[in-house]
Design a protein around this ligand. Structure first.
Ligand SMILES: C[S@@+](CC[C@H](N)C(=O)[O-])C[C@H]1O[C@@H](n2cnc3c(N)ncnc32)[C@H](O)[C@@H]1O
Length: 229
């Protein structure tokens, strides 16, 4: 792993420069499964509403979102990752860069208590259970049933989170985001959606059952969104 020139990496326009923090065999994975640096910065800025805000990256992989978020904001970033190899890499990168406001939990999100966090980030973590081309490796069990279990767990936890809770989803179907969350902004090109909880709804109602007016979609034009990145 190479020593970090932190600012150079998080403000690098090319992700392959950030990815130099990882061993060669992980760079390709980071390119495919890691959030681009500028998207991570933008998402982190939305999620950290005040200094010390606690952000959970659900399925943090080798930690790219947590590292960029911790360096770019005053939030405290925790990543949970079920693959030991990836959580070890994420921890090593954070330790080597001496980033005090980022930490990694090796485990399954189904074991995580969401009440310890103020905001949540999801880069399509459960999709590999459904889509074999997205499969990272064979080290964990994958199935349609697990997709349902994890998605339902996250949706239930978010449903009981306090009003004002913020969520960013990147590239996913957003099935994990329950009723009561408004999509404040989205970019179709970037597949990014910025959510905030504005209403309490009974737990277990799927977003598909939402009244048409539930989510106030405001898709930014690509140019307008690009300006904010
Ligand atoms: C697309 S990667 C996202 C990486 C990271 N969030 C980022 O943006 O750079 C999704 C990760 O979620 C992890 N994951 C999937 N299901 C999980 C679960 N139930 N608990 C913990 N991690 C999980 C996968 O192992 C994979 O590393």
């Amino acid at each position: 792993m190479k020593p970090l020139n932190l600012l150079e990496y998080i403000y690098a326009l090319e992700d392959n420069r950030f990815d130099l923090i990882y061993p060669p065999e992980i760079r390709e994975l980071s390119e495919r499964h890691g959030t681009p640096v500028k998207v991570a910065r933008r998402a982190a800025e939305f999620l950290v509403r005040e200094p010390g805000a606690r952000v959970l990256d659900i399925g943090c992989g080798p930690g790219k979102f947590c590292i960029v978020g911790a360096l770019a904001t005053s939030g405290k970033f925790t990543g949970v990752e079920q693959r030991e190899r990836l959580s070890d890499l994420a921890r090593a990168a954070i330790e080597q860069a001496n980033i005090p406001n980022a930490e990694i939990i090796h485990g399954n999100v189904a074991e995580i208590n969401f009440s310890n966090f103020d905001a949540f980030y999801l880069f399509n973590p459960f999709e590999e259970n459904l889509e074999t081309t997205l499969k990272i490796d064979a080290s964990v069990n994958l199935s349609g049933e697990l997709y349902e279990t994890y998605t339902e767990h996250v949706a239930r936890q978010l449903a009981i989170a306090p009003l004002g809770t913020r969520v960013v989803t990147y590239c996913g179907s957003c099935e994990e985001v329950p009723l009561g969350y408004d999509c404040l902004e989205s970019s179709l090109d970037y597949g990014l959606k910025f959510w905030e909880k504005t209403k309490n709804h009974p737990v277990g109602v799927s977003p598909q059952d939402a009244p048409a007016t539930n989510n106030k979609w405001q898709s930014s034009s690509d140019a307008a969104f690009e300006e904010k990145l």
